[in-house]
Ligand binder design. Structure first.
Ligand code: SF4
Length: 252
């Protein structure tokens, strides 16, 4: 069943999107009404790719953006070029402010994130959160790939949330929120959706559960918490899966 919402208020839209189970119908509903005021924001994770695939295959005009911290893996930059070629869509790269990066590096060094958690958070603020805040000023709907089983923290997220940018309310929507890791992989394989090669296990069976900056993201071993590969040096000062959010999902 396909929903079509015209001129719905944020509250009404939130209620209606919550009732739509099919992610494809969620995307149709949102992009039909909000067009370029809505965007799939992805780092190239599998869920983001599923959403891009669903929108493209169903001829839903859509916008897709990524936060380019200028520290992503070379494989990730190449991958986004492949995504653009495959789906005929521009992946908008939202970058940090040059002057802010230059100031941060000159005052604190290139690798400040190793110094302390607060230095890491400062770097994430300059390279990720501020660009995200700028992007959000252009949006009414932020479509994200978060799922409930990605971490303990994310179990507290919701499929649809009302948040607020500096200037206006925004609906943050996770169409695949209820999907499990197994469901995502099954869909990706069955539909031959392109994936970043870094997600494939290495010869030791270690793999990237999520992809961020090259300097701060490592593979995890089977059985490790899913966020353990982020800022791995901090795992000794925290429980491994505790407080491993860069703040992007609390950007406003
Ligand atoms: S993940 Fe690391 S390099 Fe990237 S913005 Fe955060 S602290 Fe900086």
């Amino acid at each position: 069943m396909t929903f079509q919402i015209q001129n719905a208020s944020m509250v009404e839209l939130k209620q209606q999107v919550n009732l739509i189970e099919n992610p494809q119908d969620v995307l149709f509903t949102i992009f039909k009404q909000f067009k370029h005021r809505a965007a799939i924001v992805t780092s190239g994770q599998l869920t983001g790719m599923v959403q891009i695939h669903l929108a493209a295959e169903n001829k839903i005009p859509f916008r897709v953006c990524t936060i380019d911290t200028l520290r992503l893996f070379p494989e990730t930059y190449t991958f986004f070029e492949q995504v653009e070629a495959r789906y005929g869509v521009e992946v908008e790269r939202i970058k940090p402010d040059d002057a802010e990066v230059e100031k941060m590096v000159s005052e604190h060094g290139e690798f400040l994130f190793f110094d302390s958690r607060s230095s890491q958070k400062f770097c994430c603020e300059i390279r990720k959160i501020k660009p995200m805040q700028r992007l959000l000023e252009t949006l009414d709907i932020w479509i994200t790939g978060t799922r409930h089983d990605q971490s303990e923290t994310r179990q507290n997220f919701k499929k649809v949330e009302t948040i607020s940018s500096a200037s206006h309310p925004i609906l943050k929507v996770s169409p695949l929120f209820e999907w499990t890791t197994e469901q995502v992989w099954k869909f990706v394989i069955e539909n031959e959706i392109p994936i970043n090669p870094l997600f494939l296990p290495d010869t030791n069976g270690h793999y990237f559960e999520s992809l961020g900056c090259m300097t701060c993201t490592t593979r995890i071993r089977p059985g490790e918490p899913k966020r353990a590969g982020r800022w791995r040096w901090q795992n000794t000062i925290d429980t491994e899966d505790n407080n491993k959010e860069c703040g992007l999902h609390y950007a406003i």
